[in-house]
Design a protein around this ligand. Structure first.
Ligand code: AHG
Ligand code: MN
Ligand code: MN
Length: 334
C-alpha cells in the first residue's frame, strides 16, 4: 500500500515557525484556532440542507444586507475561537458595525487583531454553491494589556502578518500566507485535519479566465467595457477569446483563477461608486495572497495593499489575479 506523507496544518505551522523570528508561537496558535473554527463551520455547511441553517436570519447587517443564518453562525464560531485563542485582542468582522474588543485579561495581552469575513458568498448558500471565509491578521498597534481600538484595525494591507481564506467547495481547503509564499491545505474528513495539498502556490502570469458580473455592464467605467470586449475578440496568439467564469463568491472565483490563471474584476457600479467588496476583510487578504503567489491586486489606480483604510467597512474596486491580466486592465483604465 503506498504510504503518503501527511503534513497537517499544525505540523506545517510549527515547521515554518522559524519564518517568524519575533513570534514565539503566538501566530502559530492563532492560525490553528482559525483552522479549528473553519472545521466547525465546514461541518454546518456540509449539512446545510438538513439542519435549520439555511435561509435568512431575519436581521440586516451593518451593510444593510439580509444576514443569512450561516453568516451569523460563522461569525459566532470565528469570534469565539479567536476570543479563546489568547493571542487575539479583538476582531473586525463584516457582520458587526464596530470592532469587537476582547476585554478579558488574557485576551488583552494578545499581540494580534483579526479582520474577517466569516462567510463570503452568502447569496449562494441556499443553492449549494461554494462559499468561503476570508481573514487578515495584523500585529496590534496599541500597547499589550490595554484594550484595542479602531486604529489597530485600520492599518494598510502591507502591515498584514498573515492572510488566508477557507473555501467550502467540492473539498474544503484552507489557503494562507505569512509573507513567505502561499500554501494550501485540504481537509481530510476521515481524520479531521487540514493536510498540505498545494505547497508553494504560484499564480500563472497569464490566463484565459475573466470573472466579472456582466449584469452591471452598463455601469462599468469605459476601460472595463473595453477590457471585456478585448477578452471577447478573436486572437489565437493571445488565446482569445477568453473564458467568462463567475460564481458570485469572491473566494471561489479567486481560488480558481489563482490555480488556473485568470483575473477577477469588481468595478464601481451605479449604486456602489467604490465597488462592492470591502477593503479591510475581503480585498486586503485576497490581495496579500495574490501578490505572494506572483499575482497583482489593484483598485484601478493603486496597489490594494497600499490603501490606508479610513473605516472598517469601506469598499474598494478590485482587480486581482494573474499579473499580466491585471496590468492589461490597468492600461485600459488609465
Ligand atoms: P458576502 O457574501 O461576504 O457579502 O460577499 C459577497 C461578495 C463576493 O463574495 C462576491 O464576489 C460578490 O459579493 C458578488 O457580488 P454580485 O452578486 O454583485 O456580483
Ligand atoms: Mn464577502
Ligand atoms: Mn460575508
Amino acid at each position: 500500500m503506498n504510504s503518503y506523507k501527511i503534513t497537517t496544518l499544525n505540523d506545517f505551522i510549527i515547521l515554518r515557525q522559524k519564518d517568524f523570528p519575533f513570534a514565539k508561537g503566538e501566530l502559530s496558535s492563532l492560525l490553528s484556532h482559525i483552522g479549528t473554527a473553519a472545521k466547525i463551520v465546514n461541518k454546518k455547511i456540509n449539512k446545510a440542507g438538513l439542519v435549520d441553517i439555511l435561509g435568512r436570519a431575519g436581521m440586516v447587517n451593518v451593510q444593510g444586507e439580509n444576514q443569512q443564518k450561516l453568516d451569523v453562525f460563522a461569525d459566532k464560531v470565528f469570534t469565539d475561537a479567536l476570543r479563546s485563542s489568547g493571542e487575539c485582542c479583538g476582531i473586525a468582522t463584516e457582520e458587526n458595525q464596530n470592532e469587537i474588543v476582547f476585554s478579558d485579561k488574557l485576551a488583552r495581552k494578545g499581540n494580534y487583531v483579526v479582520c474577517i469575513d466569516p462567510l463570503d458568498g452568502s447569496s449562494n448558500i441556499d443553492y449549494n454553491v461554494s462559499v468561503g471565509s476570508v481573514f487578515s491578521i495584523y500585529r496590534r498597534i496599541t500597547p499589550r494589556g490595554e484594550e484595542v481600538n479602531n486604529e489597530d484595525f485600520l492599518q494598510d494591507g502591507t502591515q498584514q502578518v498573515a492572510a488566508g481564506y477557507i473555501i467550502y467547495g467540492s473539498s474544503t481547503m484552507l489557503v494562507y500566507t505569512t509573507g513567505n509564499g502561499v500554501n494550501g491545505f485540504t481537509l481530510d474528513p476521515s481524520i479531521g485535519e487540514f493536510c498540505l495539498s498545494h505547497p508553494c502556490m504560484m499564480s500563472p502570469p497569464d490566463g484565459r479566465i475573466y470573472s466579472i458580473n456582466e449584469g452591471n455592464y452598463i455601469y462599468f467605467p469605459q476601460g472595463i467595457k473595453q477590457y471585456i470586449k478585448y477578452c471577447q475578440e478573436k486572437d489565437e496568439s493571445t488565446g482569445r477569446p477568453y473564458i467568462s467564469r463567475y460564481i458570485g463568491s469572491l473566494v471561489s472565483d479567486f481560488h480558481r483563477n489563482l490555480l488556473k490563471g485568470g483575473v477577477f474584476l469588481y468595478p464601481p457600479v451605479e449604486n456602489m461608486p467604490e465597488g462592492k467588496l470591502r477593503l479591510v476583510y475581503e480585498c486586503n487578504p485576497i490581495a496579500f495572497i495574490a501578490e505572494q503567489a506572483g499575482g497583482a491586486a489593484s483598485d484601478g489606480r493603486r496597489r490594494i495593499l497600499e490603501i490606508r483604510p479610513e473605516s472598517l467597512h469601506q469598499r474598494s474596486p478590485l482587480y486581482v489575479g494573474s499579473e499580466n491580466m491585471v496590468n492589461k486592465v490597468l492600461k485600459l483604465l488609465i
